[in-house]
Write a protein that binds this ligand. Structure first.
Ligand code: ADP
Ligand code: UDP
Length: 236
């Protein structure tokens, strides 16, 4: 399935139409942004890592009963996906304190929670992706009650599957962001990507950061961190 017109260019990916109106092609770039676009840069090879990693994890999740948008990997950077109407919620699951959680609640990073947490932000760049709860999401008609219940259930299921999987790669899944979308028949599926851009991944023994925090916080070794995750995942 060939890509035709470009529908959208985001910060990290482009989305193209195809001859089949139920499908589109996402094309992963090396562009990196942080702090709602204030910090910009390039992470060489990131597009390939994020594309192939997302596809591998989405296939794993499908096998475990989580419906996803994945259809077919077309190349190192391009993937055919089911076209969805994105539910404008960023769904964040946390297993360990880090990032904005540590900042908001004045705790150090690295506290392992007894139970995972879930939170939503309103996916809206102009407003800076403000935090909201499910009542706010309902009031704003971003999703129905049933959809929010489905999204919560699927997000925790994703966490269970990925936490166990990353453990086998000696990686701690600290936190991550998911996006869900609606197919034309209303079915909710996991969309967007799962990658070091959208997950915090720490080496299980050394706690070394193997994710986008290396870029956000100018820690150096950004490309190597993405390569290391890729190597552990693909054995390459
Ligand atoms: P952003 O829009 O935040 O800059 P990206 O650069 O990753 O993000 O752009 C990809 C866009 O494609 C995002 O807005 C994402 O919500 C959207 N998207 C992801 N998967 C699908 C899909 N299956 N169908 C339609 N849109 C999708
Ligand atoms: N995240 C993301 N996109 C966003 C915001 C967060 O992918 O727009 C991911 C981020 O990589 C981390 C998790 O969601 O894995 C939690 O991020 P947090 O709220 O701590 O935000 P940050 O530290 O990025 O401000």
């Amino acid at each position: 399935m060939e890509k035709t017109v470009q529908l959208y260019e985001g910060k990290a990916k482009k989305v193209f139409a195809t001859a089949d109106e139920t499908l589109c092609v996402v094309s992963y770039k090396d562009d990196a942004t942080a702090f709602n676009g204030l910090k910009k840069g390039t992470i060489v090879g990131k597009g390939v890592v994020n594309n192939r990693m997302s596809n591998m994890l989405m296939q794993l999740l499908e096998k475990q009963g989580v419906p996803t948008h994945f259809v077919k990997e077309l190349s190192d950077r391009d993937t055919l996906v089911k076209k969805v109407a994105i539910v404008p919620l960023e769904v964040i699951i946390r297993n360990v304190s880090a990032g904005s959680f540590a900042k908001h609640y004045g705790v150090e990073e690295g506290i392992v929670f007894d139970e995972p947490t879930i939170e939503f932000s309103y996916k809206n760049d102009e407003l800076g992706d403000p935090l909201l709860n499910s009542y706010h999401a309902l009031a704003l008609k971003l999703a129905t009650k049933e959809e929010i219940e489905t999204i919560k259930r699927l997000a925790f299921k994703v966490n269970e599957v990925l936490t166990e999987y990353f453990k086998t790669l000696k990686i701690r899944l600290v936190d991550f962001k998911l996006e869900f979308g609606r197919l034309s028949d209303g079915t909710i599926v996991l969309a967007d990507e799962i990658s070091p851009d959208t997950c915090r991944l720490w080496d299980i023994e050394t706690n070394e950061k193997l994710d986008k925090d290396r870029f956000r916080r100018d820690l150096g070794g950004v490309e190597d961190a993405y390569k290391e995750v890729f190597k552990r995942l693909m054995g390459e």
